[in-house]
Design a protein around this ligand. Structure first.
Ligand SMILES: [Mg+2]
Length: 262
C-alpha cells in the first residue's frame, strides 16, 4: 500500500480507454458517488452525476455499481437511468440491468450467526442505527459526536465479541460504523466475476473510497485502474487519487468524451 499525491495522472488510462474494444466502469456508491449524510436513506449522488453516468452508459460503457448496501437500495438512491447492473451486500447480490436478481445462498451457520447478532443487541440501539442486510448486520454511528460513537463501538464490540469465533463471520469497521458480515465474500469477488466476463482488450476502472474497496483495488490490479475517491489521501492499493466531487466529475467527463459521447 502507498499514499498517493494529487498529482497522480490517469491520462495513460484514458488513452487506453480510447482504443479499448469494451469499456467497464465499476463504482462504489456511498462516499464515492454520494456524499455521506447523517440519514443514510437520503444519501443521493452529487448533483449531475446520475445524468453523466447515464450518458456514459448510452455511449457504450458497461457501468456496474458495487456496494455494501442491498442492491435494490442502491438502485433507488442512485437515480441512474437506465438502471445499471448493481452488485449489493459486498458481492452477495447481483441485480442485472434487465432487472434479473440473484442472491448467493448462505450456509445455515452464517444465517444463524447473523440472527444471533441481532438478538444479542437486545434492542440496546435505536432501530435506525441497526441495518440487517443479506449477509451482514451493520451498526451506524454517523452523526453522533465522537464520545457517543465510541460508546456505541465499545458496546457492539462487547456484545458481538464471541460471534466471529463461533460462526464464519468477520467484524469490520467502515467509515461511520461497524459491520458483522459473512466471511469469504467481498467487493473483490464482484470485480473478479466481471473480469471473467470481459475480453483481454477491455479497459476497466474501479472507483471507491472506503477500506472495503481495497479488496476491489487489489482485484483489478494488473487488469485495470483502481481509483481512490476521497477528500484526503490514505494508504491504498489504488493507483490514482481523486477528490470528490470535482476530480470525480472531471474523470467521468473525460471518460464520456473519449467514448465519443461528447
Ligand atoms: Mg464507499
Amino acid at each position: 500500500m502507498k499514499t498517493l499525491d494529487s498529482g497522480t495522472t490517469y491520462t495513460p488510462f484514458i488513452e487506453r480507454l480510447a482504443a479499448a474494444s469494451e469499456r467497464v466502469l465499476m463504482l462504489d456508491y456511498d462516499g464515492t458517488l454520494a456524499p455521506f449524510v447523517v440519514d443514510r436513506d437520503l444519501a443521493f449522488p452529487y448533483p449531475g452525476l446520475p445524468t453523466l453516468i447515464g450518458r456514459i452508459m448510452q455511449s457504450g460503457t458497461r457501468v456496474v455499481l458495487i456496494s455494501g448496501r442491498p442492491a435494490r437500495a442502491v438502485a433507488q438512491l442512485s437515480c441512474i437511468v437506465p438502471q445499471p447492473e448493481i452488485w449489493g451486500s459486498h458481492g452477495l447480490e447481483r441485480l442485472h440491468s434487465n432487472g434479473t436478481y440473484e442472491l448467493i445462498s448462505l450456509p445455515r451457520e452464517q444465517r444463524e450467526g447473523l440472527s444471533e447478532a441481532i438478538t444479542v443487541l437486545h434492542s440496546e440501539l435505536p432501530p435506525d442505527r441497526v441495518e440487517a442486510k443479506p449477509g451482514s448486520v451493520a451498526i451506524h454511528w454517523r452523526g453522533l459526536n465522537s464520545q457517543k460513537a465510541d460508546a456505541v463501538r465499545t458496546l457492539v464490540h462487547s456484545l458481538w465479541a464471541d460471534l466471529p469465533g463461533k460462526y464464519p463471520l468477520e467484524l469490520l469497521e467502515f467509515d461511520g460504523g461497524l459491520e458483522l458480515r459473512v466471511k469469504g465474500r467481498d467487493k473483490g469477488d464482484a470485480v473478479r466475476a466481471i473480469l471473467a466476463e470481459v475480453n483481454s482488450s477491455s479497459a476497466l476502472a474501479y472507483l471507491g473510497d472506503d477500506r472495503t474497496d481495497e479488496d476491489a483495488f487489489r482485484a483489478i490490479k494488473g487488469h485495470g485502474l483502481g481509483v481512490l475517491v476521497r477528500s484526503e489521501p490514505r494508504p491504498t492499493d489504488a493507483e490514482v487519487w481523486l477528490r470528490p466531487p470535482q476530480g470525480l466529475t472531471q474523470f467521468l467527463e473525460d471518460w464520456l468524451r473519449i467514448s465519443g459521447g461528447e
